[in-house]
Design a protein around this ligand. Sequence first.
Ligand code: OOG
Ligand code: NI
Length: 267
Amino acid sequence: MTTDQFFTQLWNDYITITPQAEAVRQLFVEHGEEVINDHVAFRTFSNTPVDLSHLQPVIETLGYEAAGEYRFEQKKLNAKSFRHQTEESAPKIFISELQIHELSEPAQKILNGLTAQIPGNLTLDPSIFWHGRLWNMPTSAEYSLLREESEYAAWLSTIGIRVNHFTVSIEKLKCYNDIGAVNTLLASQGFPLNSVGGEIKGSPEMLLEQSSTMADKITLTFQDNKEETVPSCFYEFAKRYPDADGKLFQGFIEGNADKIFESTNAM
Ligand code: OOG
Ligand code: NI
């Protein structure tokens, strides 16, 4: 599978539950822009057949290599970023992993019940990244308990493994290459922005500025047959700046990422 084919599959899966992403892309196209994506992100559970150590070899078969490691203490997450070895313009990949064993006993019990349903004989290939849930829906009570402790756990329990966001490369836009201008355009069209810690995360001095929408909402039926509206996925916007050597900064920033995660909080 080529990287183009991989990202086309991811995009098609993503917009089925994130219609705002296609609407935002269209908006840029109407303004004469070509949208190039900087990165995509996935979330997963530790110590499972689909944990980071199992997903990493799959993206390595696509030509990616590990580029950075991150830790989010309060959210109990570890994460890694990956860059394509030869295709400079291929989007970067960010994968985070919830450390289930760091959660409370009741939350662990719920999550272990879900992850125990993951088939042991799962063959891992790129399609795992648009597979979605590999377990039944939690009950609505389990979902609320998870939410109280970890919005990430609650989100992942209902959505599963599929792309969490794509990210527009602001510095590659012709006219809208200013994050404030992007945010104003989005707000004028009624797209709600993530305002945790301010709408713009990071700064030119940090070589990375980011903003994101709040996730779309979808209605799902829980295991106890209750229907609820839950957050699906969002769209991110990132502007990278050149470092002292004149090369575009390609990393991620924990302080920014910590706030971007909250784009899937149930409001
Ligand atoms: C990932 C959040 C981190 C970034 O650009 O810093 C991130 C997530 O929400 O799963 O994407
Ligand atoms: Ni991101």
